[in-house]
Design a protein around this ligand. Structure first.
Ligand SMILES: [Zn+2]
Length: 345
């Protein structure tokens, strides 16, 4: 049987016309409740569904949002730093392209990395347990879910948890493209939201957390992981770091269930060493070599984190923190916030 790709010119929100692959234009990944809950990212208006687009029903907006290979691209073109053209052309933003399985990438996989997430699996188990205490078939939004996040396989193992995996880029797991500053869902849609290694890459993390709060049901849960002592990664798409208390304030509209270090001081030291070495070199090939050299000579540092992760000193030196919380009607007061400090003054 011969498969023929159907190509069609699609008008993008930027007004340009793009030739895109129109195979499987029937939103195969999205169940009916997801389609019902979708809203316009520009004005929160209801959306009319077409095979090749979603169009805003609000007469004052009338934004048209394309569908690419069955994946809706629900981005507000005026507000987002990500352009729909980039997505339609599958242009590289800050994510590494999927591994091609070539010799170089296979060799690279043999060398241990500098990174180790000590707590994610345990935290996701606790998150799943808390979700199930809330309802038997929780609906969970994943922001930054184009690839499988560290430890999230724990949630994937539960068939009754329905994950809606979204990102600003197309990736192996992207079901829907959206920007966390304007989450294209009606309020109170989800039982849980996962935002892992994302909030450092958004221009306004406070706005994104407000959006997470909005799309959660009244006792909905959030699970976040955000870096503290990590050098710039993702080039120009890297904006902010938080201390542990700063991270707590970011989630001030939530009651804390658990929080702490998720990647420890060993990983932070390994990254600092790698970036110290990198700062001497400009040549891309030399920088590749330096990255490999750093991995070979410092990969072991991350294993100290198994011993350090729960020590109070690690709170002041962690590579990244996690926060698990429940949506609250009232924010924690700043005066009470400083009492949440868990480090060693
Ligand atoms: Zn609209």
């Amino acid at each position: 049987m011969e498969f023929q790709k159907v190509m069609r010119v699609v008008s993008t929100l930027s007004g340009n016309e793009q030739l895109v692959n129109m195979d499987s234009m029937t939103h195969p990944n999205l169940s009916p409740w997801i389609l019902e809950s979708l809203r316009c990212p520009s004005c929160s208006g209801a959306l009319d569904r077409f095979d090749d687009s979603f169009r805003c029903h609000n007469n004052e907006c009338r934004a048209s949002h394309p569908v690419v290979n069955g994946i809706p691209v629900l981005i507000d073109k005026k507000a987002s730093i990500f352009s729909i053209d980039d997505i339609l052309q599958d242009r590289k933003t800050f994510f590494p392209r999927a591994s091609t399985g070539g010799l170089r990438s296979r060799l690279s996989k043999l060398i241990p990395t500098l990174s180790l997430n000590v707590r994610a699996e345990k935290n996701y188990e606790s998150f799943a347990e808390t979700l199930f205490a809330k309802c038997p078939a929780p609906r969970v939004l994943v922001l930054g879910g184009s690839i499988q996040g560290e430890g999230i396989r724990v949630l994937l193992r539960h068939a009754t948890i329905e994950l809606v995996e979204t990102d600003v880029v197309l990736g192996p797991r992207t079901m829907l493209i959206c920007d966390a500053h304007n989450i294209p869902f009606a309020g109170a849609t989800f039982d849980g939201v996962v935002v892992q290694a994302v909030l450092e890459h958004v221009v306004d993390p406070y706005r994104c957390v407000q959006e997470i709060h909005r799309v959660l049901q009244s006792n909905g849960l959030v699970y976040a992981e955000t870096p503290f002592m990590q050098q710039v990664h993702g080039g120009k798409y890297d904006f902010t770091r938080f201390t542990h208390v700063g991270h707590r304030r970011l989630f001030r509209d939530f009651d804390e269930l658990e929080s702490g270090a998720v990647c420890g001081p060993g990983m932070a030291l390994a990254w600092a060493y790698e970036y110290f070495l990198l700062s001497w070199f400009r040549n891309p090939l030399a920088r590749k070599f330096v990255r490999l050299f750093a991995r070979v000579t410092a990969f072991y540092l991350k294993y100290f984190d198994y011993f350090l992760i729960d020590r109070p000193g690690a709170i002041d030196a962690a590579s990244a923190y996690y926060f698990m919380g429940r949506k609250s009607p009232r924010p924690i007061e700043d005066r009470k916030l400083i009492n949440t400090y868990k480090g060693l003054p």
